[in-house]
Design a protein around this ligand. Structure first.
Ligand SMILES: [Cu+2]
Length: 236
C-alpha cells in the first residue's frame, strides 16, 4: 500500500471514530446536578471541552495504533529513514492549535460574561465565613440564617466576606465557587432553576474544621420564600 493510501485510510478511521465520539458526548450532562443558570453555562463549557478533545484524542490514538500495527518490523531493529521538516504540516499544526485555543478562550469569555457580566440582582445576600461556619444575612429584608434559602428563578447577588482566613463558598449544584478573602468583599451571582436542597461547602483548606464547614442551600418557590421570611422575622 502506498503512503498516500495509508494516510487516507488512517484519516478515514480517525474521522469515523471522531464523529462517533462527538455524537456520544454532545448534549451530555457532565455536572452531576444542574440547578442554576450558571451551572447550565458551566456544564456547556465542560461539554464543549470534551467535544473538542475527542478528535485530538482520536488523532493520537489512531496515529499510534495504526503505525504500531501496519508498520511494525518483526526482524529489523534498525532505525527508519530520517525525517526532515515538513512546512505544510508545521504551518497546519500551528494554525489549527491557535484557532482552537482562541476559539475556546472566546467561548469561555462569553460564558463568563453570561454568569458575571450582568450586575443586576433581584435579591441581596451576604455570606460570612468564619472558622468554621457559614452565616447568611439578607440585609434588605432584615433576616439572618445559618442556611442559605433562595427563591427559584430569582437572580441573587451573594456578597462574601471572611473574618479570619481565606475560605471559599462553593455550591456544586449551582456551578459556582468564590473565595472569601479577609479584608476584601467578593461576589457571585446565582439564578436557581430547580427547587430542592443542595450542599454548600468551604472549598479552601482553612484549618482543622475545614471539612465540617458545610451548610445547606434550599431553593423554594417564591411564595414559600416569602412565608419563610415572615416566619424568620417573628423569631426573636
Ligand atoms: Cu475551609
Amino acid at each position: 500500500m502506498s503512503a498516500r493510501r495509508h494516510l487516507a485510510l488512517a484519516i478515514a478511521i480517525w474521522a469515523v471514530l471522531s464523529v462517533a465520539g462527538i455524537a456520544a458526548v454532545a448534549g451530555m450532562q457532565i455536572l452531576p446536578i444542574v440547578a442554576s443558570e450558571e451551572a447550565r453555562v458551566v456544564n456547556g463549557a465542560f461539554v464543549l471541552l470534551t467535544v473538542v478533545s475527542v478528535p485530538v484524542l482520536m488523532f493520537v490514538v489512531v496515529a499510534i495504533v495504526y503505525s504500531a500495527i501496519r508498520f511494525r518490523a518483526s526482524d529489523d531493529d534498525g532505525e527508519g529513514p530520517a525525517i526532515h521538516g515538513h512546512g505544510a504540516l508545521e504551518v497546519g499544526w500551528v494554525v489549527v492549535t491557535f484557532a482552537m485555543v482562541i476559539g475556546l478562550a472566546a467561548f469561555g469569555t462569553i460564558g463568563l460574561l453570561e454568569i458575571r457580566g450582568d450586575q443586576r440582582a433581584d435579591l441581596e445576600v451576604k455570606a460570612s465565613a468564619t472558622q468554621w461556619a457559614w452565616a447568611f444575612e439578607y440585609p434588605d429584608l432584615g433576616v439572618a440564617s445559618k442556611e442559605l434559602i433562595l427563591p427559584v428563578g430569582r437572580r441573587a447577588r451573594i456578597t462574601i466576606v471572611s473574618d479570619d482566613v481565606i475560605h471559599s463558598f462553593s455550591v456544586p449544584a449551582f456551578g459556582i465557587k468564590q473565595d472569601a478573602v479577609p479584608g476584601r468583599v467578593t461576589q457571585l451571582y446565582v439564578t436557581p432553576t430547580a427547587t430542592g436542597t443542595y450542599g454548600a461547602q468551604c472549598a479552601e483548606l482553612c484549618g482543622l474544621g475545614h471539612t465540617k464547614m458545610v451548610t445547606r442551600v434550599t431553593v423554594m418557590e417564591p411564595s414559600e420564600f416569602d412565608a419563610w421570611l415572615a416566619q424568620q422575622r417573628q423569631q426573636p
